[in-house]
Design a protein. Sequence first.
Length: 196
Amino acid sequence: MRRRSEERYRQAVLFFLHQCESRRMGKVKLMKLLYYLDFDHFEKHGRSVTGDRYLRFPLGPLPEHGEAVLERMEAEGQVQIRGWKPLIPCDLSVFSSSELAVLRSVCARWRYATKQEIVDASHREPTWTEVQAGREVPYVYAYLRNSFGEVFETDPTDPVERARSAFSGESDSELQAETARVMRRVKSKMAGARAT
């Protein structure tokens, strides 16, 4: 996984605060926008944008360092959390062309969504349905979505089901091996879905 980038993280926050509907912005929606940015980019390009880890919480996957980044940004006069206002311009030069494309896509898709709409959408994804509460959400689960953000159906003997067991407390080597098997299966399914 990519190392966490504080600068890309901050600029993504500023982008979303500048570009998305401010009347509907709040901490949960902002954290969900970061989730979709990272997991959508990972699904398409094999790496996240911010490099943060995501954990499964009652409101869905949330970034591990999101609140700390926001607190530092507010302390440094970059954002005003009360009212969700950006206080400085966003610097898009820190993003690659693929990162910018996904930033814009995520903002366009979720700009007018309410907190509940974006939470409900994340609850339909494997990053919610396949991970135990409080556990890290593996980026590999981004490959289990199709281009519409829906989950591929699998049969009970599928490696995805075995991976689900692996994430419930098995050893790291078993987890890595199962993740590799899931990746191969998912890439095969993705290739088949795109060919049709």
